[in-house]
Design a protein around this ligand. Structure first.
Ligand code: ZN
Length: 191
């Protein structure tokens, strides 16, 4: 029986045969036994034909948002009671595709917030905690000092806003002042 030959991009499991030592030098994620090369871990095969090397790169599943995770996303809409967030990252890892999150007005801050537009504006980048999940929709909260807006632009001229105090941001270009629920990590979070 002829063994099927894994190609670059093939998914393999530990112990899967990759080829013979005459063809490839075993590399990361592989091992050699009696002149044959096998996968040491599950992952994707990468064959460098020029260098005659074979590697198996572990494939990590994209993160699955769950209660307690820290999410990073962009405010796409603010309504009367809810703010909609397009979540791009969970716990520092990018999702395979953005998912939707909502922040209820009661989950913005420990202080009373009359309307979500007093805390967020479309285009703001927010850091929030996942508090619940129903199917594809996740519920988020920005209660707590770490959570809230981490990056925002002036709604008049588009310049990045600078914190003025705990509750407002200021534009150094046009002097416009805007209220937000600001995270202590404002301006410090890589996006
Ligand atoms: Zn401005």
């Amino acid at each position: 029986m002829v063994k099927p030959k894994p190609k670059t991009g093939s998914f393999v499991l530990p112990g899967d045969w990759l080829g013979v030592i005459e063809e490839f030098t075993p590399n990361e994620g592989t091992y050699e036994e009696k002149g044959e090369v096998y996968a040491a871990n599950a992952g994707m095969v990468l064959i460098d034909k020029m260098e005659r090397r074979v590697r198996v790169v572990p494939v990590e599943a994209p993160p699955f948002p769950k209660k307690g995770d820290v999410a990073l996303g962009m405010i796409v809409k603010t309504g009367k009671a809810l703010s909609i967030v397009s979540v791009a990252r969970i716990g520092g890892r990018f999702l395979s595709s953005p998912c939707s999150g909502v922040i209820h007005v009661s989950q913005i801050s420990n202080e009373f917030v009359v309307k979500p537009t007093d805390a967020f504006k479309t285009g703001d980048i927010v850091k929030a905690k996942v508090i619940d999940r129903r199917g594809d929709l996740i519920q988020l909260s920005t209660i707590g000092k770490k959570f809230g807006v981490v990056h925002a632009f002036c709604s008049k001229c588009g310049t990045m806003l600078i914190p003025k105090n705990e509750k407002s941001l200021i534009c150094h270009n046009c002097g416009n002042e805007e209220k937000r629920k600001i995270s202590v990590d404002y301006g410090k979070t890589k996006i």
